[in-house]
Design a protein around this ligand. Structure first.
Ligand code: GMT
Length: 374
């Protein structure tokens, strides 16, 4: 198949899923064309069957806001026509689904079919804002196929937009390189090494991630346990969190690593993964951590309970309940056999339910179904 993929190239889950999916499909012999405004994060090396088409956004003195959606639609037309694509797959509805709709209109209805994968805030936060709601609903309705990364997101989409499309749930998957480390050895090396337990958070530090809650969590844990928190990523809430750490004198225990290209290397020397999000359609970062053998302590928001099973692969707690969050971490790190049981379960669940061999064929079958109109 010849597949066009559009995604955000920046540090974030939807771009990661799109890129890992494209890489996997190219490895299976399909021809994959990425169409985006920059080379997607994680598409760092040359791979056979993978092509990148950069969207040029023309600047003009009249444009305070250059119309990226139009430039993207134009590039889609160009790539579909010249590369003879069989399907376009866009990740994150805004504005990608709208651009794909426009591209299809320009080429004629039978020219190409497009699939929209909904990832999270394109539905729950930005998409449901009155300034976008109608265009997102329209773009979903006009998509030839729609997928959502969790049952939660599927339900939210029906509830928010009252669309009649069949929305297929295809969960996110663990990229293959997350399996390479010998986790049993790594775990023994890390847990309690230098009498210190490493807690890790990875995100793009948007308000929805509630990273600041982790300061309070650490404040409760530090007097009782030798813990260190690694904050991986960057974004709008970082300065506020750093400021709070300074005010509370916690800088020795909370370190900001910034954006990291290979998060599996950080996870390989971590003991526990923390995700205090207000809302999370799926929680790919938690899944990747679980694949590395880390129990996860997360909130029970959105689709997180579809990934992290309370009491089995870690714990889930109510949003904002930092006392409960700290308590669950304490329970895990004060009981070594329990810790290792959760760690094994986490890795097993990630492998059994979310490995690429299981998930990628679901996308390929879905492409076939949409292309053939079945
Ligand atoms: O919806 C977003 O916030 C953007 C997106 C991203 O690019 O970071 O994250 C979402 O998509 C991921 C991949 O499907 C999911 O794992 C995240 O849970 C989801 N984020 C939210 O729902 C907040």
């Amino acid at each position: 198949m010849k597949i066009g993929i559009t995604c955000y190239p920046t540090y974030g889950g939807s771009g990661v899923v799109a890129t890992e999916l494209g890489i996997k499909m190219a490895a299976l012999g399909h021809e994959v064309h990425f169409i985006a405004y920059a080379l997607p994060y994680r598409l760092e090396s040359f791979t056979t069957n993978l092509f990148f088409h950069e969207v040029d956004v023309l600047q003009y003195p009249l444009f305070e806001y250059p119309p990226y959606s139009l430039s993207l639609a134009h590039k889609m037309v160009d790539v579909v026509e010249h590369e003879k694509l069989d399907i376009l797959h866009v990740h994150y509805a805004i504005p990608h689904a709208t651009s794909a709709y426009l591209a299809r209109e320009i080429m004629g209805n039978d020219s190409i079919k497009f699939i929209t994968t909904l990832h999270g805030t394109d539905i729950t936060l930005i998409g449901s804002d009155p300034s976008y709601l109608k265009i997102v609903k329209f773009s979903i309705e006009k998509s030839n196929g729609v997928t959502a990364v969790s049952r939660y997101l599927q339900e939210e989409t029906y509830k928010t937009f009252q669309v009649e499309n069949d929305i297929e749930v295809i969960h996110n998957f663990v990229p293959d390189r997350f399996w390479i480390n010998n986790k049993e050895l790594t775990r023994q090396r890390c847990f309690g090494q230098n009498n210190e337990i490493i807690l890790t958070h990875i995100s793009n530090f948007r308000a929805v991630k509630r990273v600041v809650d982790l300061v309070d969590v650490m404040d409760r844990l530090i007097p009782r346990f030798p813990v260190r928190l690694l904050m991986v990523g960057d974004g709008p809430e970082r300065s506020r969190m750093e400021q709070l750490c300074r005010e509370k004198g916690l800088c020795d225990h909370i370190q900001f690593l910034g954006k990291q290209q290979n998060v599996e290397q950080v996870l390989a020397c971590s003991d526990l993964f923390l995700l205090p999000s207000e809302d999370e359609s799926f929680g790919l970062a938690a899944l990747e951590a679980m694949a590395c053998g880390l129990p996860a302590v997360t909130t029970n928001a959105g689709g997180l309970p579809e990934v992290n099973i309370d009491g089995e692969t870690g714990f889930t707690v109510d949003v904002g309940d930092t006392a409960a969050f700290a308590d669950r971490i304490a329970r895990i790190i004060s009981d070594r056999p329990f810790y290792f049981r959760l760690a094994r379960n986490a890795r097993k669940r990630a492998y059994n339910e979310f490995n690429s061999e299981k998930i990628v064929p679901q996308y390929l079958n879905y492409y076939e179904k949409i292309i053939t109109g079945g």
